[in-house]
Write a protein that binds this ligand. Structure first.
Ligand SMILES: Nc1ncnc2c1ncn2[C@@H]1O[C@H](COP(=O)(O)OP(=O)(O)OP(=O)(O)O)[C@@H](O)[C@H]1O
Length: 255
């Protein structure tokens, strides 16, 4: 479970997130919504260690492991099983689809630099296992046929799925998706919803997502948090959020 406890993030005089409390239960899909500048990406940046909260704490517990997120570096947090995608696609555009996913495995490499540079048998075996895993992931996200194409040649919706496949290669437990449906057409958006539900089941994931497409949020999230000017104004399931007057005023009504 991810728990944000009274988390505040200030940038100079700007209070981007103000005493925010939230929990994301294992196995659930949780949405974070709010108008532009509400503080959503700042929350993700704190959960992934990019920013250290000004006050409050963030803990991630799984079984008897507990991680104090604010004390850790982004790579340590990723190794502990928290991985994200970005609002703007960040693929290696000059690499193939398969190579992009392969790179996602780097966090899990056990061989040392010498074994890798001399291509000793333990490294070769590990590399083969990572390629097999990358191909498996590409089959799962429906991109296996395109594995040898350059990442930039894929249509937008597929690039987004490729980003998720690369994130899956890090073996995440908690996957943070920052606007996964951004720029998608209605058909791609519908497919994405099915895809997110499928990977949650297949990889036993917990998913925390930021999204402006309300049909995605309302369609797949078990719980939704609504931020406005850094303040939590509502939390609940889809129907509770859709009928909440503060949410309608701050957000849904604006669209
Ligand atoms: N590194 C930073 N330095 C200064 N101010 C920042 C920084 N990052 C975010 N902010 C400010 O914090 C506030 C919240 O920004 P944030 O990007 O978290 O909002 P958001 O809800 O993700 O918005 P959007 O939907 O537009 O992506 C904004 O006022 C923003 O300008």
């Amino acid at each position: 479970m991810l728990r944000l406890n009274n988390v505040t993030m200030k940038f100079g005089g700007v209070v981007a997130v103000n005493e925010f409390n939230a929990t994301v239960d294992d196995g659930s899909i949780v949405g974070l919504i709010g108008p532009n500048g509400a503080g959503k990406t700042t929350v993700f940046n704190m959960v992934t260690g990019v920013y250290k909260p000004t006050s409050g704490d963030i803990t991630y517990t799984k079984g008897d492991r507990e991680l104090k997120v604010a004390d850790k570096r982004p790579d340590q947090i990723a190794k502990a099983g928290i991985c994200r995608t970005f609002q703007n696609i960040r693929l290696f555009k000059e690499l193939t689809v398969l190579e992009n996913v392969f790179i996602g495995n780097h966090l899990r490499i056990k061989s040392d630099v010498i074994s890798a540079s001399l291509r000793l048998p333990n490294y070769v075996k590990e590399e083969k296992a990572f390629y097999d895993k990358s191909e498996y992931l590409l089959k799962k996200v429906g991109l296996y046929e395109e594995r040898n194409e350059l990442a930039y040649s894929l249509p937008y919706g597929k690039q987004r799925r490729l980003e998720i496949a690369r994130a899956l290669a890090t073996d995440p437990e908690l996957l943070l998706l920052d606007e996964p449906a951004a720029g998608m057409n209605p058909q791609e958006t519908i497919e994405l919803m099915g895809f997110i539900s499928d990977i949650r089941k297949e990889f036993n994931l917990t998913i925390f997502l930021i999204e402006h497409h309300m049909d995605v949020v309302m369609g797949i999230c078990d719980k939704i948090f609504v931020l406005d000017h850094g303040v939590l104004i509502a939390e609940g399931n889809a129907s509770e959020i859709q009928n909440n007057p503060r949410v309608i005023e701050a957000y849904l009504g604006v669209d």
